[in-house]
Design a protein around this ligand. Structure first.
Ligand SMILES: [Ca+2]
Ligand SMILES: [Ca+2]
Length: 183
């Protein structure tokens, strides 16, 4: 094993323009070498089937990784394994699952900064009321968007939405955001 590490370091040094090992060129072999060293329990510089299977978990079967079919894995075969395999597989976890979170389209929307801030404020307030009382009638998506499009809290459309939301907060016994109480 020591021989492999040394030869890898030598290789890295040879590849480095400065020939200074502290600035050795990054190589796949160099990156994989510590992994091979860790798996190589009998320190013969190769990873045999039992050494591989002690760590492989859900990784591909040994024979599919042993591309030259000599019963042992060298650093290049391990490199190809890493490059072709989802890293999660090495952690003993199941393979990656599809994302199941559905993004709320109300949270991400185009428009100017002021429009977005107003829409987020109104939408936040709407969700707070809705969480407390799903039956309570609230401004529609269109009303909120129209108010946000005015880009100001003092516009008639925004004032109407805000007023109805503040009334809703009061009626479902919620405290509204304190900076809105002056309005
Ligand atoms: Ca070995
Ligand atoms: Ca092999």
């Amino acid at each position: 094993m020591t021989r492999v590490i040394v030869s890898t370091l030598l290789l890295s040094s040879l590849l480095s323009p400065s020939c200074d090992s502290s600035h050795a060129t990054w190589t796949y072999e160099g990156a994989i070498s510590p992994t091979l060293s860790m798996m190589d329990r009998n320190s013969d510089g190769m990873v045999d089937r039992s050494e591989y299977e002690a760590h492989s978990y859900y990784a591909p079967a040994f024979q599919s990784v042993d591309s030259n079919d000599n019963g042992e894995l060298d650093v290049n075969e391990l490199e190809q394994l890493v490059l072709s395999t989802d890293p999660v597989a090495f952690d003993g976890c199941s393979t990656l699952k599809p994302i199941t979170i559905t993004l709320n389209p109300n949270v991400f929307h185009p428009g100017s900064f002021s429009t977005r801030v107003l829409k987020e404020l109104f939408t936040f307030m709407l969700y707070e009321v809705h969480a407390r009382n799903p039956e309570y009638p609230l401004p529609s998506e269109e009303e909120i968007q129209a108010a946000a499009n005015t880009r100001t809290l003092d516009s008639p459309a925004s004032s109407a939405v805000l007023e109805s939301l503040l009334k809703a907060y009061d009626e479902v016994s919620l405290s509204p955001p304190s900076h809105l109480l002056a309005h």
